[in-house]
Ligand binder design. Sequence first.
Ligand SMILES: [Zn+2]
Length: 364
Amino acid sequence: MACRILGIPSRRRPQLTPDCYLQMTAEMSTKMKIDQDRSKEDGGLGIKDLATLNKSLMLKHIHKLLRGDRNPWADWIRFWYDGGRADDETPCWRYTKKLIPEYRQITEVELGDGETTSFWHDTWSEAGVLREALPALFSHCLNTDVTVAEVMAAGGLGPTDLQPRLSTPAASELVLLHDALHAIAPQPCPDNRWLKGGAPLADINWDSFAPKKVQVFFWILRHHRTRTRDRLHRRGLLDAPDCPFCPGAPEDEDHLFATCQRLQPLWELLLPEQPPPTSALGAAEAVREAPPPMAPCAAHTAGLAVLWIVWKSRNSMVFNNDAHNTAAIARMVRHHVELWLCRAPRRLDVEPLRLWCSTALLTA
Ligand SMILES: [Zn+2]
């Protein structure tokens, strides 16, 4: 009434029609969706985008399938689709198959037997994806789904794999390819695959209870950035790349952490049943897999401890003129692992690691 007297129109409440309710619900659900997708730090609910999550899970399945893992799902796919027994494709398999090119694009392969590596579509050689490196030859190819193992077994691409007549660029690329294939020898082990830009042994790197600085040290090693004498020499910072303990032998990562003469007694002690490792990462893997069997986290810690102490003892010998024999290195590994054990999660059975310390590292 007062409003009407003063000439001010009274505020009218909007009529809530069914249309309004519908609009409000739509707005609320849009806002809720945005809040769901946003991370908690950004004020959202932190719920993962289900489409992306689903795609990631499917890529994980594809990884298992192409890596040759044995599990019921992968066995079932191999039986029906690799074996050509299925009459038709299920929607699930069609969706999975659609993701395989994407999976190949984001991964690279360390060649083993080549059984699960696509010759044309995977990144397995220094030339990158061969489909892109040899485009003329690829355009003359009749079967682009061959694996590296199949091509290697046939001794290269034969007349049945290619169009009857090759263009001049394709013929030159074929010569290049066959020359390069001679230098490749498949290994009697499965192919190893990881994300591009990543490096192998990420599990050893991060799933352990070694301190952060040791994990960072191993990460640098995995990415081939450790400051060895060979690396410093290549960068013009040292006159010679020689190992301080083996004159004439360049000190690269594999030499420093595995093949150096001073380490041979250590490998005899730690890995008595097998030949000494030939690479730095091979050494970490060999220690991880050596008996006694233990939880992955504990085994990774043992692998990291050995490489870390090899590095520390090398630096101490080079920079402080200390003398570190195998007994001293073993003692240091034992001491460090015992210190790191207090960081182990309580649920973890660390007794096998303690046993490893008291048996595998015991010197005369
Ligand atoms: Zn050496």
